[in-house]
Write a protein that binds this ligand. Structure first.
Ligand code: GDP
Length: 298
């Protein structure tokens, strides 16, 4: 299926290399664990998370008295699944109205993800509205409009350079008037520093809380999986300045370093809700730890 296909590279980067290591040993020893450690680090699992996994693996090898390298595979899979299944929460837009605020730096796939979500909810028969809240770039507004047309949903936009808060304000007003179920808002992705970011997002959040208290609010941070550890640090810094309710990891299809999902899961205390596995409308999936690990190890 789509997920398996989307994770082909990640599988090559992690599971295939794990299998190579296991095949090259006849017994389970320190060296084998060191080789596995290297595979995980290379796949961007992150140093801390890798250490944690290797320690757990050592423990289980000791307690279960595992001697056959092939038996290590199943244990590793279980450990990875345990880490990933921590806080498995799906994006829930069943409440009407729901407002989804998309945050993240330029280029990570924010606009594409908004388009994919619009397609998803529109297909479910919901009334969807987009808000072009990234007023810094004309291109961002245009691109969002392309997606709105593609999905056949309405969009609220102002001129480039307009106040993002005003765009969100208008979008909320329109949502109420038109009986919108899901309002998806883009936000600025180019910000000079942290306090600038806090200010801009803070203003938008305040307007949402004040003008749309009846809406269920989701704040999704979009990060690019191909940037590896950079995605982890972006998640950490955004988390410091706003209440993120979920993460979206995009471009997982484009990287062998799928281990970043593990790093994000264990180092950032926010659930991964969605993953992007391609550029098409259908290439957005709910993150489900079991299917993810099965696709990876299957
Ligand atoms: P934004 O600047 O954050 O709004 O980023 P865009 O949505 O414009 O995406 C930047 C590029 O990444 C575009 O070429 C998208 O097609 C591509 N992209 C976004 N999500 C995915 C994904 O899940 N997989 C792949 N392969 N490409 C993606």
């Amino acid at each position: 299926e789509r997920l398996k296909q989307g994770l082909t590279k990640a599988k090559q980067g992690i599971t295939d290399r794990v299998d190579e290591v296991l095949k090259s040993y006849t017994k389970v020893d320190e060296e084998l664990l060191e080789d596995l450690e290297e595979v995980l680090i290379t796949a961007d699992v992150g140093v801390n998370t890798t250490m944690d996994i290797i320690e757990k693996l050592e423990d289980v090898i000791r307690t279960k008295k595992i001697t056959d390298p092939q038996d290590v595979r199943e244990e590793l899979k279980t450990i990875i699944e345990d880490i990933l299944s921590k806080e498995d929460t799906k994006l829930d837009a069943s409440h009407s109205p729901t407002i989804i605020l998309m945050v993240g730096v330029n280029g990570v796939g924010k606009t594409t993800t908004i388009g994919k979500l619009a397609h998803r909810y529109k297909s479910e028969g919901k009334k969807v509205l987009l808000a072009a809240g990234d007023t810094f770039r004309a291109a961002a507004i245009d691109q969002l409009e392309v997606w709105a047309n593609r999905c056949n949903v309405d969009i609220i936009k102002h001129q480039e350079g307009a106040d993002p808060g005003a765009v969100i304000f208008d979008a909320i007003k329109a949502s109420k008037a038109r009986g919108v179920d899901v309002l998806i808002c883009d936000t600025a992705g180019r910000l000079h520093n942290k306090s600038n970011l806090m200010n801009e997002l803070g203003k938008v959040f305040k307007i949402v809380d004040r003008e749309y208290p009846e809406a269920k609010k989701e704040v999704l941070l979009v990060v690019d999986a191909t940037t590896g550890q950079n995605a982890v640090s972006q998640a950490k810094s955004f988390k410091e300045v706003c209440d993120i309710t979920g993460l979206v990891l995009t471009k997982l299809d484009g990287t062998a370093k799928g281990g970043v999902v593990l790093a994000v899961k264990s180092e950032v205390d926010v659930p991964v809700k969605l993953i992007g596995v391609g550029e098409q409308m259908e290439d957005l999936q709910d993150f489900d730890s079991k299917s993810f690990v099965d696709a990876l190890f299957g």
